[in-house]
Design a protein around this ligand. Sequence first.
Ligand code: PLP
Length: 469
Amino acid sequence: MSSMKYEDMRARIENIVNQPIRKFKPKELKGIIERYHNNHPKSKEAYERARKIIPGGVEHNLAFNHPFPLASKRVYACYMETIDEVVLTDYLMCGGPIILGHQYKPLIDKVGEVIQEFGPCHGLTNEYEYLAAEQLQKHFPSCEIIRWLQSGTEADMLAIRVARIFTGRKHIIKIGGSYHGWSDQLVFDMHISGTKRLESHGIPKEIYKYIDSIPPNDIEALEQIFKEKKKVAAVIIEPMGGESGANPVRLGFNKEVEELCHNNGTLLISDEVVCAFRLHMSGGQGYFGYNPDLSVFGKIVGHGYPSAAALGGRADIMATVAAGVGGGAKRAYCGGTLAANPLTCAAAYWAMKYVEETKATEKAGRAASRLSHGLNEVFEKYNLPWFSYNFGGTVHFHTSCVFGLDLNDPKQSGQIKIRKDFMDEMGAALVDQEIISVAGSRFYTCMLHSDEIVDDTIKKIDKICQKIE
Ligand SMILES: Cc1ncc(COP(=O)(O)O)c(C=O)c1O
């Protein structure tokens, strides 16, 4: 289970959000930012050029480093080299999908063979579609039928459509702070619980008529919703808790949700986009022990090869997704010219095989536990209220802890920006130590993060902590 007890994590989050943030000494921060500019002139130039043609100069939310995004030259093993020839130890791992390490040669070779033989796509079916589906099912027996799609966003979007058709109901409940992609209906109460429509610009509020959320881990709130809205089609969860566990789940919560759902004729959708093969070979459902009706997969299912995603679930429910035009029966419309292309399916098939064969999930999990343990020792040494924990190969470290803010508390609700800004500064301080993180608050590990590499990272974070007031 997680490297720290839920009650302990909760108490530590409360402790951080109830006190002013611990900041960098101004002189140290100035040095960090100056060195960032001096060490990455080509990235800066690339950014200036990109800004003229690409909105905001950067297209990937995770690439938005402070004070400007870094441009890559190449990646290998667990490293990323920028165009300024700075070699960063990579804990971004493309936001989760890389667990074998970058450029895993056997996988590249297999994908290369497919490109030589089929090209990227051709529109007919290919045997890799069912080979990959069988491989996925082996680890996720709850997925009796599987449909390949192009992104986690699409798979989540289809999951709620299928749930509505199958149950004949409309209401969908999500957990506050969770992320399920950016389709109209799911851009709701994301990242920080209680933000509701904060980020839904351009989406008419009527779209949310049948979407609701509950605070994380609050089973009574879900019971109440079931009482008020008897017709709930589905509850959708991120198994580790919102934002890949930045808002950690209480042990037992997922199972309680399952029971409530099944007592009320409601489907449980498990969004395994990050958990599958990273938390556990059988994802959140295998790790925490619950039985979803539908499961959503994304990025890691194809080890980062575009564009891999899938929706799987009970055969009777998934029957609503059968392909083909017309037919009369009510079906969940879905499409995607590039979905289930041979390249993606072959990447998925071989990636799942190699992850199993190499025990990559276990190795990444061990590296993550070592890292999170080491970070806690460092934070304690410097008497910082910060803390770290991991769920398998995902390490969170809470410093300003923006995800823990309680928006119903007027003292905390105005703090999103300043706490987010500190995380940006932390991201820059990590780059200063030649480490790339996810948003200055998360590390994804892979099987190549050896003890030596992890220990070196811990030493570098010790240096960062010396720069705090
Ligand atoms: C839990 C979860 N669901 C869905 C998505 C969306 O997936 P994609 O970026 O492939 O659309 C993400 C992306 O980070 C995610 O973390």
